[in-house]
Design a protein around this ligand. Structure first.
Ligand code: PEP
Ligand code: MN
Length: 343
């Protein structure tokens, strides 16, 4: 339910409504507007009819249901786009285009430092690299673990680039939080609800990737877990879904970008590396992602893709990454967006 206050209602009336909501066992989520305030009542759907009685409170204009299952992620409570701050001078949403780049996995000090320098030189604004890898085969490289996180920290110290890295399990939360600026939830974990609940309690942005077989609505319902826990900084990521097509690793669902934009105020980024699995397709699909309205991209780049321990076939080399940056800037410009490079 949402409670819409009158345009001229007072702070005292608002506070009385909040107490009323809390007394009925719901959490009040206040959205302050220019003209009027709106309060979202979050909690058990079953008893929500009782909230209708709030219409008798002074200052209340109307009480109406939010039908969508993603109340905080949806646009009914917040029409304005959310801008998520990742680091000083690095934002995603609004007119900012976020470019996250780096290897699939952190492999060695030399590899991640070289990659970070190249990412920075090309003008991207965040470094990616997995230290804990969710591999389909248990025999594949599983990541360097905390050692990899330490190397990411070293790369950040040298370049100033904020770090985007994956968290696979809520039990790792304290460790990953020490090193990450953005916590990535991988596609395979999109519906790991204990992880999502734990991330609701942190005060760092979360990059939530769409599951391999998840709908747009399911992605938004997963985002809702994090928002409802109290963390407002969720960035959604389209990374390709599984279809009958075998020419590409996944089918990058660019429909999802405007479909998400129509439903949510949260920023949306696109991962054309996992979305295609083919290095030659990464640049064209990055251009397309920006043209279709994405707020950023996350791409895999490796100093020596042929030697990569994971996802080499979809990783750009440094020269290819420079071309990508130049092309993306043109499209971003046409879309009224800018890539704010780290100084
Ligand atoms: C990754 O970003 O390296 C990754 C494993 O992505 P996804 O979860 O989308 O497969
Ligand atoms: Mn990868």
């Amino acid at each position: 339910m949402i409670v819409v206050m009158n345009a001229g209602s007072t702070e005292e009336q608002l506070n009385k409504v909040i107490s009323g909501i809390e007394e009925m066992g719901y959490k009040a989520h206040v959205m302050r507007g220019v003209e009027r305030n709106v309060i979202g009542c979050l909690g058990d759907e079953r008893g929500k009819a009782a909230l209708k009685s709030l219409e008798t409170f002074e200052g209340v204009e109307t009480v109406m249901p939010i039908l969508s299952p993603y109340k905080l992620a949806g646009k009914q409570l917040q029409a304005k786009s959310t801008v998520v701050k990742i680091a000083e001078g690095v934002e995603v949403g609004g007119d900012n285009l976020l470019v996250i780049a780096g290897p699939c996995s952190v492999e060695s000090e030399e590899q991640i430092l070289t990659a970070a320098r190249m990412v920075k030189a090309a003008g991207a604004n965040a470094l990616r690299g997995g230290a804990f890898k969710p591999r389909s085969s248990t025999y594949s490289f599983q990541g360097m673990g905390e050692e990899g996180l330490k190397l990411l920290r070293l790369a950040k110290q040298e370049t100033g680039l904020p770090i985007v890295t994956e968290i696979m399990d809520y039990q790792m939360l304290d460790m990953v939080l020490e090193y990450a600026d953005v916590l990535q939830v991988g596609a395979r974990n999109m519906q790991n609800f204990s992880l999502l609940k734990a991330l609701g309690e942190v005060r760092k942005p979360v990059l939530l990737k769409r599951g391999l077989m998840a709908t747009v609505e399911e992605l938004l319902m997963s985002a809702e877990y994090i928002l409802a826990g109290g963390n407002p900084d969720v960035i959604l990521c389209e990374r390709g879904i599984r279809t009958f097509e075998t020419a590409t690793r996944n089918t990058l669902d660019l429909n999802a970008v405007p479909a998400l934009k129509a439903r949510t105020h949260l920023p949306v980024v696109v991962d054309p590396s996992h979305g295609t699995g083919v290095v030659q397709y990464v640049t064209p699909l990055s251009r397309a992602a920006i043209a279709v309205g994405a707020d950023g991209v996350i791409v895999e780049m490796h100093p020596k893709p042929k030697e990569a321990l994971s996802d080499g076939a979809q990783s750009l080399d440094p020269a290819g990454f420079d071309v990508l940056m130049a092309e993306m800037r043109k499209i971003a410009n046409a879309m009224g967006k800018t890539v704010a490079a780290m100084q």
